[in-house]
Design a protein around this ligand. Structure first.
Ligand code: VGL
Ligand code: ZN
Length: 203
C-alpha cells in the first residue's frame, strides 16, 4: 500500500509569506495532479504556538538565519511563521484539500522544532503519522511539498529509517537554500539514505 505525503504546503511558505520558499507556489498544480492517483493522501501542517522558540523574535539580538543551541539541539532561527489558526498556517488556497484524507500537525511544542512529519527534532515525541500509515498497511510513501532542505528532507530520512520505501517527487518540491547548495545536498542525502528521486511524469 502506497501513500502520498504532502509536506507543509501552507501560505507562509509561498511567495509573499513569512518564510517564503522561492517558487514554492509552483508545487501546487503538480501536487493537485498527482494526488488524484493515490488512494491515501496525508498532509502535514507546520503548526506553531505564538512565541515558538524556533522564532528569532524570541531570542534577544538574534536574526532569522542565525543558529543557536536550543535545549541541546542546533536550531536555525526563523521568522515567525505558521502560527496556529492564522492565515499563514492555512493550506495554500490552490491546494485541492478535498484530496487529503488526513492532516498531521507538527511543531506544536513551543520548546522544540519539528521538521519531520514523524518526530520532533529531538526524536522524543511521535506525531502519530507512523501509526496512521501502519494501521492502513502502508509500506511505501511518495513525498512532495515544502521545503526540500528542511521538512521534506527530514520527513523522508525518518520514513526511510522507519523502514518505508520512499520516493521524492522532485518537481513537486522546492527548497529554502539558506546556504547555496542546500537543496542539492538534501537530494544527495536522500539518495544516499536509500530514497528514490523521480519527476512527477515518471511516477
Ligand atoms: C519548515 C523551517 C521552519 C519547512 C518549517 O516546512 O520546511 N522550515 N519550519
Ligand atoms: Zn516551522
Amino acid at each position: 500500500m502506497e501513500a502520498l505525503i504532502i509536506v507543509d504546503v501552507q501560505n507562509d511558505f509561498l511567495p509573499g509569506g513569512a518564510l517564503a520558499v522561492p517558487e514554492g507556489d509552483a508545487v501546487v498544480p503538480v501536487i493537485n495532479r498527482i494526488a488524484r492517483e493515490f488512494d491515501l493522501v496525508v498532509a502535514t501542517q507546520d503548526w506553531h504556538p505564538a512565541g515558538h522558540e524556533s522564532f528569532a523574535s524570541q531570542h534577544a539580538g538574534k536574526s532569522p538565519g542565525d543558529v543557536i543551541d536550543l535545549h541541546g539541539l542546533q536550531q536555525v532561527l526563523w521568522p515567525d511563521h505558521c502560527v496556529e489558526h492564522t492565515p499563514g498556517a492555512s493550506f495554500a488556497a490552490g491546494l485541492d484539500v478535498a484530496l487529503v484524507h488526513h492532516v498531521v500537525r507538527k511543531g506544536t511544542d513551543r520548546s522544540v522544532d519539528s521538521y519531520s512529519g514523524f518526530f520532533d527534532n529531538g526524536h522524543q515525541n511521535a506525531t502519530g503519522l507512523e501509526q496512521y500509515l501502519r494501521d492502513r498497511g502502508v509500506n511505501r510513501v511518495v513525498v512532495c511539498g515544502l521545503a526540500t532542505d528542511y521538512c521534506v528532507k527530514f520527513t523522508i530520512l525518518d520514513a526511510l529509517q522507519l523502514g518505508f520505501e520512499v520516493t521524492l517527487v522532485r518537481d513537486a518540491t522546492r527548497g529554502v537554500n539558506l546556504q547555496e547548495g542546500d537543496v542539492d545536498r538534501a537530494l544527495e542525502q536522500i539518495y544516499a539514505a536509500g530514497g528514490t528521486i523521480l519527476e512527477s511524469r515518471d511516477l
